[in-house]
Design a protein around this ligand. Structure first.
Ligand SMILES: NC(=O)c1ccc[n+]([C@@H]2O[C@H](COP(=O)([O-])OP(=O)(O)OC[C@H]3O[C@@H](n4cnc5c(N)ncnc54)[C@H](O)[C@@H]3O)[C@@H](O)[C@H]2O)c1
Length: 257
């Protein structure tokens, strides 16, 4: 028996990274999954890898029209909607003084407005299914600020706040809303090495992350699975951190560091 048997999940930004890992894990646990993304080819490949229990739907999370179409496609294909993962996200690194209004808006449109539009579009369908679970992917940057990613920090703090406001509003219709706060995770977005290798990130993680390693998309997917399932039935409006211990504090230098 799967932990999500009978449930239908819609995951934004599911073509790559954490969303991809969540789609695979949710399907393996019995859910039918809508893989929604702007990257059509990779999204379609993932949906066909998963098989009949997955469907790809083009979705730009900044478009209210596309959100409504995506939710309609989900209920048309699978008859209901129980789980929404607002996972799509982008980062445009820049300190506040160098950040253009255009780039500030680009980041907040996807990371913040996209989450609002997702929750708004999904609510009627989830209410019609008798309730469910919304999972908003914030970041540790939504709990403590990080230097040089001003717009990203602004958007991720907003996601944390919107999660709590929505949780209070939607509790009476049986919809739980929680946020996940990943630390550094091996994905395209998480890799700040311009050459694309894992060296810089892994060196940083080995010294600064108490668990001594960078996270994997599956580390976050397993937490999302718990929040998606009925096992988290008494959790709403809460923050769930998966960061290898970063927010607990910094390890002291060891050996010859
Ligand atoms: N990787 C990390 O270290 C890290 C840490 C904390 C939080 N996060 C958050 O996790 C989430 C997933 O990121 P990831 O690390 O897997 O990155 P990723 O770049 O691997 O995946 C992000 C996905 O979002 C999609 N996307 C981008 N803009 C979109 C749009 N307008 N509409 C629909 N889809 C869009 C991309 O095509 C991609 O498939 C994001 O919200 C990110 O901010 C990542």
């Amino acid at each position: 028996m799967g932990r999500l048997d009978g449930k239908v999940a819609l995951i934004s930004g599911a073509a790559r990274g954490m969303g991809n890992a969540e789609a695979r894990l949710f399907a393996a646990e019995g859910a039918r999954v809508v893989v929604a993304d702007i990257v059509d080819d990779e999204g379609k490949t993932l949906a066909s890898d998963i098989g009949d229990s997955a469907l790809f739907q083009h979705l730009d999370v900044t478009s209210e029209e596309e959100w409504n179409a995506c939710v309609a496609a989900t209920t048309r294909a699978f008859g209901r909607l129980d789980i929404l993962v607002n996972n799509a996200g982008i980062a445009i690194p820049a300190p506040m003084r160098d950040l253009s209004l255009e780039n500030y808006r680009a980041v907040t449109e996807v990371n913040q407005t996209g989450v609002f539009l997702g929750m708004k579009a999904a609510t009627p369908a989830m209410e019609a299914s008798g309730g469910g679970s919304m999972i908003n992917i914030s970041s540790i940057d939504g709990i403590i600020a990080m230097d040089l990613v001003f717009a990203y920090v602004a958007s991720k703090f907003a996601v944390r706040g919107m999660t709590k406001a929505a949780a209070i509003e939607l509790a009476s219709v049986g919809i739980r809303v929680n946020s996940i706060h990943p630390g550094f995770v091996h994905t395209q977005l998480g890799n700040f090495d311009p050459e694309g290798t894992r060296k810089i990130l892994d060196h940083y993680s080995s010294r600064r992350v108490p668990l001594g390693r960078t996270g994997e998309p599956e580390d976050i997917a397993r937490l999302a699975l718990f929040l998606a399932s009925d096992e988290s039935g008494y959790c709403t409006g809460s923050e769930f951190v998966a960061d290898g211990g970063i927010l607990a504090g910094e390890p002291a230098p060891r050996g010859n560091e």
